[in-house]
Ligand binder design. Structure first.
Ligand code: SF4
Length: 294
């Protein structure tokens, strides 16, 4: 059955009004860059936070909190300074899921070197995501950005290949996966309204792929947006196109609010009376409809 876009849009608006409050940011890795005022810090902290944004929010926070605490009021400046504090920062890094201590050390050594070599000018990385004509290209821009980091990591390592943990962290440029952590980074950098930062000017909000994390993948299926079972970068752009019908210039407008349905409301894409009866999306949810006959 085709989606009733007017009804769907009104439910999304209800959800937006519910979650458009600063305290909901604590349930999202965007809480880290939100603590900074300087755009250089916001961008660097966003990049780090997005790369490690896999796993549950609590484990991401447990790993990242001490890192940002150690890096002090300006992580950008701290990473650029060579010497004892930075060496001690590297020594204190721990393990995070697929990344060993060594992987994390290599990543931060690489990031620090890249930052030292870049001009002190915001934005730092946008030029790595556009072509020589200043254009963001769906097919190639994110892969090109991954390739840049892959090469820099290899330079630090002095090797031609990366460990599993480092390759996972930055993603494989040639992979057809949804590239959801870098899509999330783009959302934070490109969108200009809550909860994002809008630091990038050359990339438009209606160009970037929808960040397809596990919550969103389940949700868009039960909302009837797609019946695909597997999701890759192609689907990330297709879902963005769907949301363009609702919000042409800002199709990722509802991403943050939709992810709250999984993270806060504990939607597991199955009918659970206590959760579903109070869900703002129940009138447009196929699972709710088939369980209740509505
Ligand atoms: S009605 Fe239930 S299954 Fe449907 S989106 Fe809401 S919480 Fe999830």
């Amino acid at each position: 059955m085709p989606i009733d876009l007017i009804l769907f849009h009104s439910k999304l608006e209800d959800l937006r009004k519910k979650y458009e409050h600063l305290h909901y940011l604590e349930t999202d890795p965007i809480c880290f860059p939100k603590k900074y005022k300087d755009p250089l810090d916001m961008e660097v902290v966003s990049f780090i936070s997005c790369l490690y944004a896999y796993g549950n929010v609590k484990s991401i926070q447990r790993f990242l909190e001490p890192i940002f605490e150690f890096l002090g009021p300006s992580p950008y400046q701290s990473l650029r300074k060579e010497g004892e504090p930075f060496d001690s920062f590297l020594k204190n890094l721990g393990v995070y899921r697929f990344q060993t201590k060594k992987d994390n050390q290599i990543f931060f050594l690489t990031l620090a070197r890249v930052l030292r070599n870049l001009e002190t000018k915001s934005p730092l990385f946008e030029s790595k995501l556009i072509d020589c004509h200043g254009k963001f290209e769906e097919e190639i821009s994110i892969s090109q950005f991954q390739k840049f980091w892959e090469d820099e990591l290899k330079t630090t390592l002095g090797k031609r290949s990366l460990s599993y943990g480092l390759q996972f962290l930055i993603g494989k440029p040639e992979a057809k996966s949804p590239k959801k952590r870098l899509s999330l980074f783009l959302r934070w950098m490109v969108r200009k309204s809550y909860p994002d930062f809008g630091l990038y000017q050359k990339i438009q909000p209606n160009q970037i792929p929808f960040p397809l994390d596990v919550h969103i993948q389940k949700l868009i299926r039960i909302l009837g947006i797609t019946d695909r079972k597997s999701f890759g970068v192609k689907e990330a752009y297709l879902i963005k196109e769907f949301f363009k019908e609702i919000s042409p210039t800002d199709p990722l407008l509802y991403d943050f609010y939709l992810t709250r349905v999984g993270i806060i409301e504990r939607c597991n894409a199955k009918y659970e009376k206590g959760i579903c009866e109070v869900c703002y999306l129940k009138d447009v949810c196929l699972v709710f409809g088939s369980a209740t006959g509505n």
